[in-house]
Design a protein around this ligand. Sequence first.
Ligand SMILES: Nc1ncnc2c1ncn2[C@@H]1O[C@H](COP(=O)(O)OP(=O)(O)OP(=O)(O)O)[C@@H](O)[C@H]1O
Ligand SMILES: [Mg+2]
Length: 143
Amino acid sequence: MQTVTFISNSPEETFQLGCDLGRRACRGHVFGLFGDMGAGKTVFVKGLAVGLEITETVSSPTYGLVSNYAGGRLNLFHLDLYRLDTPEQIYAAGLEEYLQPQGVSAIEWMERWVDLEEGRVIKVYFEDRSETERMIRYDGFSH
Ligand SMILES: Nc1ncnc2c1ncn2[C@@H]1O[C@H](COP(=O)(O)OP(=O)(O)OP(=O)(O)O)[C@@H](O)[C@H]1O
Ligand SMILES: [Mg+2]
């Protein structure tokens, strides 16, 4: 799969990238988001939701692992694995279903997922280049 590199110079540009990919997303797509704190993963998911025509505003799933947003073209499942420290916790959390979602999944801190199979996830890597610049690399996808 070819990798696309996108340079974002503002939160708005990262939001817009999410929005574009949300418009192109299909049922069953999983976006696995990698990158440090403050790299822009949640900003991207906010755009993804808008691209999926979800009207509710996305916020970080602080208290649970998963937030579900309905009412759009497809359901969005937003996960944040930051709090999962051990492989046992990952397995116990029973998150496998979100790799074959009835809708679209966006999973922050995908690096925590211990046994990620190649090819099942559209990987999106966020890298801080400066205060406002982010390099975002993602697996190109079609259909
Ligand atoms: N080009 C950019 N793209 C995205 N965010 C940017 C950019 N430039 C600056 N920012 C700022 O960086 C922060 C990104 O926050 P965000 O919550 O999206 O990060 P995150 O990757 O989800 O972090 P966490 O791992 O803590 O959940 C925001 O405060 C945003 O305003
Ligand atoms: Mg976040």
